[in-house]
Write a new protein. Structure first.
Length: 201
């Protein structure tokens, strides 16, 4: 049940309290909103296209779209202690080559994105790479995941999934040394292709 909906033009947001969970959406005058309090749904007739007219979740129909060349780059970082940074650099972690294994895991995550994200379309991945930057001074391992394809929808979710699986694998391989690791700053760096055009963070 939707218990409250408030629209704040000044704060440029729309806040919905749904069953105790607060969701925030960007405010846009062109969006038409419809409440169905009996079913506890909020329908946007324009904007969110993962819902049908009854508020049911659906996969977006991309059958009418043109096939275009698409790329996406995502990044994220994991903050580690001095002991982990040294072990990663020296290759002395007992589970093996941390960055090498994490790179493979990230690529595997890219290929499995549609199995993890419910409305994500399966795509033929034509290029995928995972690269690193090591900031030894600040104890940061930064990962970059690049994905390319020719298709009817973008590969942003694949790149984001890949970078997060990479960071999770680093955590898994190093947690025996120190569990005080923090993953942060995970975001899309850029994307090209598609109707919405290019994006640069």
């Amino acid at each position: 049940m939707v218990s409250s909906i408030s629209v704040g033009k000044d704060s440029n947001r729309i806040v919905m309290n749904w069953r105790g969970f607060y969701c925030m959406f960007p405010y846009n005058k062109s969006l038409a909103f419809c409440k169905n309090l009996n079913r506890g749904i909020l329908i946007m007739s324009q904007g969110f296209n993962h819902f049908d007219e009854n508020g049911n979740a659906v996969m977006v129909d991309v059958s009418g779209k043109n096939i275009t060349y698409r790329t996406a780059v995502a990044t994220g970082e994991i903050h580690v202690g001095e002991a982990i940074m040294e072990a990663v650099k020296e290759g002395s972690v007992k589970k093996g080559d941390v960055l090498g294994v994490a790179r493979v895991a990230g690529i595997m995550g890219v290929k499995r994105a549609s199995e993890l994200i419910p409305m994500c379309h399966p795509l033929p991945i034509q290029k995928c790479s995972v690269d690193y930057e090591l900031d030894e001074t600040n104890g940061i391992i930064r990962a970059f995941c690049t994905v390319k394809t020719e298709g009817k929808t973008g590969v942003e979710m694949e790149a984001l999934t890949g970078v997060q699986v990479t960071l999770l694998t680093i955590y898994d391989m190093c947690k025996a040394i120190d569990k005080h690791m923090v993953m942060s700053n995970i975001h899309l760096v850029e994307k090209t292709g598609g109707k919405s055009g290019d994006f640069h963070f």
